[in-house]
Each structure stands twice: as structure tokens, then as C-alpha cells.
Design a protein around this ligand. Structure first.
Ligand code: G4P
Length: 528
């Protein structure tokens, strides 16, 4: 393949995740996008895990049978010659570190906001990860067929709560009962909302007057409000700044109603024009551009098969440079060992298939007999490099664990270490050699207990702790001092770095007042 072909393949790739609070409409929007791309034929194919409302035990059964969560983790489809990869970020009860890490593998993010609810807690958490990485963020304000907050109020909320500039690409004409459509400020066209769910657009010429066109269609109050808002935005709103969008400092905002597909094609078309294709990424040998001839990528997720008879796992690899070909031999940077990629899989909405080739931006699933760890970099060249450690995210739930049967201590330690390496949990050690687990989502505890039994044959005693916050201590000598002089719970993470675990915000603030000289950071990632 020559350089030009590789460039073309890169430029047609858009890889993103959708972030939102449960119920904002992520499943619905995903499904409409897949329908547009012809990746699915009927609505209802994409299952909202939340709506299935299965208990944890059912979830385990489902996980055992595989399929479901693997195939819906990554979905590829084609639209207007673009190859689009949507990476799922489980947002409901199975919220976990996977959710966060997936955001390391995308080139942009779509944030859905429910027009009535505005910015919600889970959106804030996920947004923060994107902002720290400087990923471009596109906002889709959903459910305009229902009455919600005023658009200007929502922009203010986005700017104040999330700290991102907004630029509405289109603007709603009414809302709820009086919703008539959206006015596209960039392309000067109206997209009419209709019950028939047909796409009806009207391009405005220089001579057309928006107010005149809306007369008789929308009520006077709606027209008046729209005129005022648009004038205000033109005069006092942020100017569109593409550079700021690329750096994740300004978010283009779109309005629509995903359930009726309204505004979805328009959103997608603008998004495809504006969103970045795969860019250069920082590595241990400096920036590596996607059009580098040599193939490289990193593993951002490992999905273990819970069937104890088959310990195989699938490692999800984000391709960052070069062309991926089935059967190629690659080198793992961590171990400097080589492996032949025999049966790589690619994921579609409702299936997975063996693929022959893939390009930067794509995700491939690699059969993993225990070869990979999360964060591993894989290179075509024997002179390997790496894409850096993937961040560990601050856990919010903690529990002390030990093997019920002391004779099983060896298996216990092996399991705990392996699952921590895989990224299923975070582990800490107390000065008394007790093991503490930290997780982002509670379901991770259940999965951990299940897997320790199924894969390592160890029954656990688990004692939940009231703690909620972990902070890494930047200077290890501070930790020694604290152990002597305070009652704080100072533990070590898996790399022997000191961490303090607090019960709540109050105890954290109390600590900060008492020890103003001790620097604490949110995650081990910030230590570097
Ligand atoms: P999630 O994945 O973000 O959790 O949200 P999901 O798409 O499952 O949507 C949550 C609920 O919001 C669903 O209703 C869905 O139909 C509804 N919804 C999504 N988009 C729109 C929209 O544009 N307008 C309106 N009015 N509703 C919307 P549900 O009652 O929970 O489920 P269902 O029985 O309708 O599927």
C-alpha cells in the first residue's frame, strides 16, 4: 500500500464515543446512527442494557455467553464514504474503569444532554476525562419534542458547570408542543420537524426572511423568542472557532429528537466534516503520526471470557499507525516478545467477523491467551515503543478482601494481581498486609467475587468500607511522616505508591487544612 492510499484511509476514519447520563438517549442516538449507516435494518436492535434491568447474576450468565457486550462494545459503519467507529461506554449499572479507558481510544466525543435535565452528574465525570485529554466534544441536545430548559440557559449551564465554550450550529424553533424544527445557523436552512419522520429541509437564500417564513407555522411567541435569541447569539455569543473545537475548548451544539431521528442526519453530516480523523499521538519515542508506515496500536480494554473451561480473552486494540494485516507478526513493547495476529476480529452492530486489514482509528479484537495487559503497546517493528500508561481512574468504592480459606492464600494473591493487571479492579495494601479493593462502579465488586471463584477457585470474605475518595501523595516521604503522626489510612497501590483513602469530602478538606504542605493528586496518572 502506498502512502497516499494510507492517507486516504486515515482521513475517512472517525472514531468516537457517546457520553451521557443514563436516560439522555445514548442508545437511541446510537441506533439511529447505525440505521443511517445501514449497519442495522430495524429499530430496537441495539439493546439498552438498562432497560433489560437484569440482576447481577443474570448479567454474569450473559457475560458467560459472550456476544452481547463484546459486539456492542465497538460498532463500525459507513456513511458518505466515511468509516465510522462508535465505541460504547457502558453508562449504567456496569459503569466501570472500562468506561473511562475507552475515552483514551477515541478521537472525539459526542455528549448528549437531555433538554429538560441539562448537565447531569455522570456527564460531568465523563466530560472531565475528555477535557483533560483535550478531545473535541460535540454536543447533541436531545428530546426537543418535550418541554425543557431554554437553550440560552443550557448554554450557560454548559459553560459554567463544564467550563466549555458553546457554539450552537443550529437552534430550535419552539420546543415540546410548539416544536417546529431547527434553524441551521451555519448553512442557513430550516429543518422542519414533522410527525412523518421525513427529512424536510428548506435552504434560505439572501432574500429570505426567517421571520416571514415562520409566520403561520410557528406561534408568535416562538418567533419572537427565536429572533431575540439569534440576535443575542450573533452579537454577544462566542464566534465559531474551529481551532478551539479541535482542542476541546469550544463545543459545537446541535438540537434534535433522537427518538424520531429528527436532527440526527444533520448532526452526523456536520460532525463528519468537523471532527478530526486520527492524529499523531505521543509515544516513548516522540510523536508518532498515523501515516507512519509501521503498524502500531495499544490495548485499551480486555474482555475476559468467564467460562472457566476457556480462559481466552479478547484484547481490544486501537490502531494508531500504519496498516494492520491479518497474520502479521507484531512485537509487544512491555515484554519484547512477538506474536502472530492470526484471527483478528472487527465488530459490527450485531456481529463480529474475522478481518483481513484495518487502519488507524479502527479497533480490532485480538484473541488473548493471557498475552496482553491493558495499556500494552504493540508494534510491527522489533524496535518497539509505547503509547504510555493508561490512566487509573479514582475509585469511589472500597472493600477489604481476603480468602475465606487461609490455605488458598497463594491463589488469592495470584487472582488479585492478575485481575488488577487486567484493569478489572485497583488494589491497595495496608501496612498490615491487608488487601483493599478500589472500584469505580459497584458492579466491579460482584464481577470480582465471581471471577475469583470461577477462575481461581477462591471464595472471598469481603467487607465494604465507608471510604469514597483516594488521593495519591506526590512525595513518598510525606507518607512516612503521616503514618507516624496521624490516623489517616495510608496505603500503597500496586506500584508501591502511597495513597490516602478518605471517607468523604469533609474528611478530605479537614486533612487539607491540617496539612497544607502535603500535595495530593486525583490519580496516579497525575504523578508523572
Ligand atoms: P440511554 O441509553 O442514554 O440510557 O437512553 P435511551 O436511549 O435508552 O433513552 C432513554 C429514554 O428516553 C427511552 O425511553 C427513549 O425512548 C427516550 N428518548 C430517547 N430520545 C428521545 C427523544 O428524542 N424524545 C423523547 N421524548 N424521548 C426520547 P424509555 O421510556 O425509557 O424506553 P422506551 O420504552 O421508550 O424504549
Amino acid at each position: 500500500m502506498n502512502q497516499k492510499q494510507l492517507q486516504q484511509e486515515i482521513q475517512r476514519r472517525k472514531t468516537f464515543a457517546i457520553i451521557s447520563h443514563p436516560d439522555a438517549g445514548k442508545t437511541t442516538l446510537t441506533e439511529k446512527l447505525l440505521l443511517l449507516g445501514g449497519a442495522i435494518r430495524t429499530a430496537g436492535s441495539v439493546k439498552s442494557r438498562k432497560s433489560e434491568k437484569f440482576a447481577t447474576s443474570d448479567w454474569m450468565e450473559l457475560e458467560k455467553q459472550r456476544g452481547i457486550s463484546v459486539t456492542s462494545s465497538v460498532m463500525q459503519f459507513t456513511y458518505q464514504d466515511y468509516k465510522i467507529n462508535i465505541l460504547d461506554t457502558p453508562g449504567h449499572q456496569d459503569f466501570s474503569e472500562d468506561t473511562y479507558r475507552t475515552l483514551m481510544a477515541v478521537d472525539s466525543v459526542v455528549m448528549i444532554i437531555d433538554v429538560a435535565k441539562g448537565v447531569e452528574p455522570q456527564t460531568i465525570k465523563l466530560f472531565k476525562v475528555c477535557k483533560d485529554r483535550g478531545i473535541p466534544i460535540f454536543t447533541f441536545i436531545n428530546k426537543l419534542d418535550r418541554q425543557g430548559k431554554e437553550p440560552l440557559e443550557l448554554f450557560e449551564e454548559l459553560e459554567e458547570v463544564l467550563g466549555i465554550e458553546t457554539y450552537p450550529i443550529n437552534y430550535p424553533i419552539g420546543m415540546g408542543q410548539s416544536f417546529r424544527g431547527v434553524y441551521d445557523r451555519m448553512d442557513h436552512k430550516i429543518e422542519w420537524y414533522n410527525e412523518k419522520r421525513e427529512r424536510q429541509t428548506q435552504v434560505l437564500t439572501e432574500d429570505d426572511d426567517l421571520t416571514e417564513i415562520l409566520k403561520g407555522v410557528a406561534d408568535e411567541g416562538t418567533i419572537h423568542q427565536l429572533e431575540e435569541d439569534l440576535m443575542l447569539l450573533d452579537e454577544a455569543g462566542n464566534p465559531f472557532d474551529f481551532e478551539a473545537v479541535k482542542q476541546g475548548k469550544q463545543t459545537p451544539v446541535f438540537f434534535g429528537s433522537a427518538v424520531s431521528s429528527f436532527g440526527v442526519p444533520t448532526f452526523l453530516e456536520h460532525y463528519l466534516k468537523m471532527a478530526p480523523y486520527p492524529q499523531a499521538r505521543e509515544t516513548s519515542i516522540g510523536k508518532v503520526t498515523p501515516d507512519t508506515e509501521q503498524f502500531s496500536g495499544f490495548v485499551f480494554k480486555i474482555q475476559a471470557n468467564m467460562n472457566p473451561a476457556h480462559r481466552d480473552r479478547i484484547a481490544f486494540l486501537r490502531i494508531c499507525s500504519g496498516k494492520f494485516e491479518r497474520g502479521m507478526t507484531v512485537w509487544l513493547d512491555r515484554t519484547k516478545k512477538s506474536v502472530k495476529l492470526a484471527q483478528p476480529q472487527q465488530f459490527f452492530a450485531d456481529s463480529r467477523e474475522i478481518i483481513d486489514d484495518a487502519y488507524p482509528g479502527d479497533i480490532v479484537g485480538l484473541y488473548d491467551p493471557g498475552f496482553y495487559q491493558i495499556g500494552d503497546s504493540v508494534c510491527e517493528s522489533k524496535e518497539t515503543f509505547n503509547y504510555g500508561e493508561l490512566p487509573q481512574f479514582p475509585p469511589e468504592h472500597f472493600a477489604k478482601v481476603r480468602a475465606k480459606n487461609a490455605m488458598k492464600q497463594k491463589h488469592f494473591l495470584k487472582g488479585v494481581n492478575q485481575l488488577a493487571q487486567e484493569g478489572a479492579i485497583q488494589i491497595y495494601r495496608t501496612p498490615y498486609e491487608e488487601t483493599i479493593l478500589g472500584v469505580v462502579g459497584q458492579l466491579q465488586f460482584d464481577v470480582f467475587v465471581y471471577r475469583m471463584k470461577a477462575e481461581y477457585g477462591v471464595d472471598l470474605d469481603m467487607q465494604r468500607m465507608p471510604h469514597q475518595i483516594a488521593k495519591w501523595i506526590t512525595k513518598p516521604e510525606d507518607a512516612d511522616e503521616l503514618r507516624k503522626s496521624s490516623n489517616n489510612l495510608v496505603v500503597l497501590d500496586h506500584q508501591e505508591r502511597p495513597v490516602i483513602i478518605f471517607e468523604n469530602d469533609f474528611s478530605l478538606r479537614w486533612f487539607e487544612q491540617k496539612h497544607p504542605d502535603i500535595e495530593l493528586v486525583d490519580s496516579s496518572f497525575s504523578l508523572r
